[in-house]
Design a protein around this ligand. Structure first.
Ligand code: GUN
Length: 294
């Protein structure tokens, strides 16, 4: 079967160009550039890369960006104080605290201190709850990125069976909520995880299979229904001495054997990954326009 490769890199670039155009229009009309701030604690390699890419994406979109860095021995009170300062700063439209945080800091407490109206990550319980009941809110970057790809590629989802592998708060759970909602996926949704006894059988029945478990090569050809759409959210770093960085990104899906079965499939890298930063930019633009909250 001829499959369509869902090109997240090209889609993200196109959306960033659209955002940039809108921002220049806002500025031409006397408005202010959207402003995203990011707090980065410590020197985790993955987090450094994500935050660097977020700053670059801000430049591409014509946004102002501010990066606030702390060492990993920062006290929780100081971090919470910085969050509260950003909450009150009218020049900042939205901000993120890059996760994970050091173990001595209560991550949930930090998330709940962020003003939900500036929570462009969509991690605050108010945004999570509003998302779950279909109210306007910030939807977190990965689920919104996947929904955006499905829409732009006209992947049929309404009434179709969608199987999600993984139940994390950042991907699996919100993805399931959104795929079942009428205004998004309108699908019949099943969530599988490490304890699911019927996992393979469920996967074989899926019209849309979304893999977000972080196990390289977990999804094999015998788990995929011919004609299915496969979305690979995995981005595990595996050692690779032939790369300058010393690693490469590996998805949850064995692309070479699965792709020939598919209608649509996302690659790793270049699929869901690039979309997550672009949807953060969309959320920041929404924050600046006060689209969801006055
Ligand atoms: N760490 C991994 N993904 C994310 C994300 O989307 N936002 C933040 N703040 N931290 C992350």
């Amino acid at each position: 079967m001829d499959y369509t490769l869902i090109d997240g890199k090209a889609t993200a670039a196109a959306i960033k160009a659209e955002i940039k155009q809108e921002v220049e229009q806002i500025v031409a009309n006397g408005g202010r550039r959207p402003h995203l701030a990011a707090i980065l604690v410590g020197h985790d390699g993955g987090s450094e890369t994500y935050v660097k890419n977020k700053v670059l994406a801000c430049e591409a979109c014509g946004f102002q960006s501010t990066l606030i860095r702390f060492e990993d021995d920062i006290r929780e009170e100081e971090l919470l104080g910085t969050v509260e300062r950003l909450n009150k700063d009218d020049s900042v439209d939205g901000f993120i605290v890059q996760l994970p945080l050091p173990r001595h800091i209560n991550e949930q407490r930090v998330i709940e201190t962020i003003d939900y109206r500036k929570d462009v990550d969509g991690f605050h319980p108010i945004n999570v709850g509003r998302m779950a009941i279909g109210l306007p809110c910030f939807i977190s970057a990965t689920p919104l990125g996947i929904l955006t790809l499905l829409r732009r590629y006209n992947v049929p989802t309404s009434g179709r069976k969608c199987v999600i592998l993984g139940r994390s708060n950042i991907v699996g759970k919100p993805m399931a909520q959104l795929m079942m909602q009428k205004q998004w996926g309108d699908s019949t949704v099943t969530v599988c995880h490490s304890r699911s006894q019927t996992l393979k059988k469920e996967c074989r029945e899926a019209d849309i299979l979304i893999a977000a478990i972080g196990q390289p090569g977990f999804v094999t050809a015998d788990m995929v229904k011919p004609g299915a759409t496969v979305i690979d959210v995995g981005t595990t770093r595996v050692p690779d001495s032939t790369r300058k960085s010393g690693y490469r990104l590996s998805g949850d899906v064995r692309f070479d054997e699965v792709a020939p079965l598919c209608s649509f499939i996302t690659p790793v890298p270049g699929g869901v990954g690039p979309m997550t930063i672009c949807t953060l930019m969309l959320n920041t633009l929404s924050a600046a326009k006060k689209e969801f909250y006055k």
